[in-house]
Design a binder for this molecule. Sequence first.
Ligand code: NAP
Ligand code: MG
Length: 503
Amino acid sequence: MSTQQIVESTSLKRDYYHLIINGEKVESSNGATIKTYNPATGELVAEVAKATKEDAERAVLAAREAFDHGKWRKYPINRRSQVLNNIASIMRSRFKELVELEILDTGKSLDTAKGQVSQAIEDFEFYAGAIVGHRGTVNNMPGQFHNYTEKEPVGVCAQIIPWNYPIMMAAWKIAPAIAVGCSVIVKPASLTPLTAIILGEICLEAGVPAGVVNIVPGSGAEVGDYLVQHPKVNKVAFTGSTPIGKDIMGKASETLKRVTLELGGKSPNLVFEDADLDASVDGSLYGIFYNSGQSCEARSRLYVHEDIYDEFIQKFVEKTKKLVLGNPFDKGTHVGAIIDQGQVDVIDGYVKSAIADGAEILAGGKPAAVKGFEGGYWYEPTVIANVNHEMKVVQEEIFGPVVVVMKFKDEKEAIKLANDTEFGLGSAIWTKDGARATRVANEIQAGIVMVNCPFSAMPGTPFGGYKQSGFGRELCIETLDLYTETKSIVSYYGSRPLNPMGL
Ligand code: NAP
Ligand code: MG
């Protein structure tokens, strides 16, 4: 089926999408729209109401009202849990359409989109279960005192998300927040607003009361910034670039909002001399070229032990050259499109800087020409060797299908190189030696260490960074703590009145 036929047959595909505020599909206050394009073809997919500050204000007031006077946070936990399961069931019943809409909006390949929609569904199921076991504590107290704690929802949460995993990021944010009883205002990325809007509609259909989930696509600099500074917003959860994360942290401090930041990465991938060669080659390919390398967790620095370097790199480069770029809807496509021309230019700028610095291109190295998709945005899977650790291409996040490869001589050097970065999100170790895997894992300064596998994002598994990759963990039980405050209740049950002043 051609992309055009799929556009026509996708039932979730419309020409126009509304904002969702206070349980209703609404226009923006000034009638402005965002145009969203299919990065594989460059064609217009739809127009979307573009929220203004006035719309953001409406959303904050709706979320505030729903939180302060609404019923959602007072529901018995089992009832909220049931609604989260309803959301997952409706998503499952529209799985194919959600996958198609996500591909149209992002240009990502079919397998990639399927995996991400599946995970978004599983996130709601995970938190439907996790919330039932999320509880306070009873603590030892001296004498005639009793202390217990309650986990109370933090309140109204602004949730700002990027374009690389639109539905998955929306699910990572919405599911834990509403599970504990918060109200949310989601600001999707301007380049990819569609599936977040549909998810907002599904929440309403599943029984989430009006005002609890609001979706306001609009400019980050305008609407995102407004939400971050709004005194009636209690928490900001942000996934995106490190510079914007820093800006948000500064501004949110004015009102002492709770903040969670999931930021950029430059994750190391260490292949030791005793690794299973084929498994580590395939895993390393997936680690960088999955989602066209537009992944915060992409294993973009590949370090290989000197004893196996030549053989490993030969296989790695051979397989890189065989990766298929093509129709994202085809099962045989390995690598999808790049989000827009701006991102292609960013990627190409990094590759050119590496060449100028004396690096060697072993595969790829330029924008890709993909037959039948000439109007779209594509980049060749690229392998860069002969680099040093000071180069931009080694230190900065590229966010595209580009990997730098380097040799190491022993475990100590591998650890030193892996940690020589301002980031600390993902990492991977390939070895058959369990003791070495544990030693190296303990030394790596990153929130995620994978041993003999490339990716980690599974519901229940904590996801988040060290250093300038941000803080806070998502996708896990501890996320529920980041959407709650702990209230400590102390009572006295002595038979005589307390008289601490001895009056
Ligand atoms: P971005 O430019 O930081 O944008 C992310 C979101 O923030 C978008 O919704 C954007 O809105 C909004 N925004 C922009 N300026 C803002 C401001 N001043 N105040 C408030 N919000 C603002 O990042 P991106 O280019 O979309 O995404 C790529 C980045 O995300 C990469 O650095 C990647 O590593 C990171 N990422 C991290 C994780 C993780 O879990 N650690 C996961 C995925 C992606 P507009 O779309 O309107 O600009
Ligand atoms: Mg788009």
